[in-house]
Design a binder for this molecule. Structure first.
Ligand code: SAM
Length: 303
């Protein structure tokens, strides 16, 4: 039987009026992905990867080496990334819609539910950006006052579309300006590659969570297999920035989305991310993978 691109989507992907066209355009790529992957993982049948128990030598500080096409030294990264997000923030949601083929909000909500976010919990969304995760969290909780978002970019915060009641704080994952033991759940959507030190950030996650609190980190990781990686790279590094050029208001938006792929490719391996979570004191550390490339890291602070 021929693989159709529709088969490739996780069962919960929305049938938006816009979904048909991009999927039709992507049909060859998605069919290629399907052939390249051994499995098609969905959240109803996630792959749970056990982290290494011996974490020595696996602790991640900087998530990737300096990407000198954009900035020269590790010390320059923070300022460069900050400027890019500030400048291009008004374009973020529009380009994210292209990258995620319109499935981003629903996908984020389904992952939060899968990770155990339930009404009554207090959630901290780190790297909140324009609020794509925070908004879905508020929807699940039914009470926006239980949601706090943190982000270092004033531009992203200014462009956030959030329900009334969400608390927003300017700050970084490595130094969260909030009290200890305050949250039941901590989320981070596609921001891990931008922190300066993963192990410091995870120590902060551990500090701000209550005992028994849950961590849910969404990331894109390169798929297994050269063909799948090449197809995803073609899409993320060339097609999305080209489309971004057409729809963006800021001239640097296309560059930021090219950088987006380069950080995915250069980022520390998932096994090391999990080892770093373990070394920060988290237990039950695991990773689920959707469609071969949407990784979710899950962990708990011990009771
Ligand atoms: C790709 S956006 C993701 C936004 C949102 N979480 C989402 O799911 O769409 C990455 C965000 O991470 C933020 N960021 C960059 N460095 C950070 C840091 N050190 N700590 C926390 N957030 C950071 C950026 O300002 C930006 O808003």
């Amino acid at each position: 039987m021929r693989a159709s691109p529709i088969d490739f989507r996780p069962a919960f992907y929305p049938e938006s009026p816009y979904s048909g066209l991009p999927y039709a355009l992507l049909a060859p790529a998605l069919a290629g992905f399907r052939l390249a992957f051994a499995h098609n993982h969905t959240m109803t049948n996630p792959t749970m990867t056990t982290p290494p128990h011996d974490a020595s030598g696996n602790i991640v500080h900087a998530p990737h080496v300096p990407l000198t096409e954009y900035y020269q030294r590790e010390e320059d990264r923070r300022e460069w990334v900050g400027e890019q997000f500030d400048k291009t923030a008004p374009d973020y949601d529009r380009v994210e819609k292209i990258l995620g083929l319109g499935t981003g909000p629903t996908y984020r909500r389904k992952i939060l539910e899968f990770a155990g976010l339930k009404p009554g919990m207090r959630i901290l969304d780190v790297g909140m950006g324009t609020g794509l995760v925070a908004k879905q969290a508020a929807r699940i909780l039914g009470d926006a006052s239980l949601v706090t978002g943190v982000d270092p970019s004033a531009g992203m915060i200014r462009n956030a579309k959030l329900p009334a009641g969400v608390t927003v704080v300017e700050g970084r994952a490595e130094s969260i300006p909030l009290a200890a033991n305050g949250y039941d759940f901590l989320s981070m959507g596609y921001a891990l590659r931008h922190v300066s030190d993963m192990s410091v950030a995870f120590a902060e996650f551990h500090r701000v969570l209550k005992p028994g609190g849950k961590v849910c980190i969404l990331e894109i990781t390169p798929p297994k297999g050269k063909i799948a990686t090449a197809l995803l790279k073609g899409y993320c590094k060339y097609a999305v920035p080209m489309l971004a050029k057409l729809v963006a208001k800021d001239k640097d938006t296309a560059q930021l989305w090219r950088y987006y792929w380069d950080t995915i490719e250069a980022c520390a391996a998932p096994e090391k991310v999990m080892a770093t979570l373990e070394s920060a004191g988290f237990v039950n550390v695991r990773r689920t993978v959707d469609v071969g490339m949407f990784s979710t890291y899950l962990a708990e602070k011990p009771l």
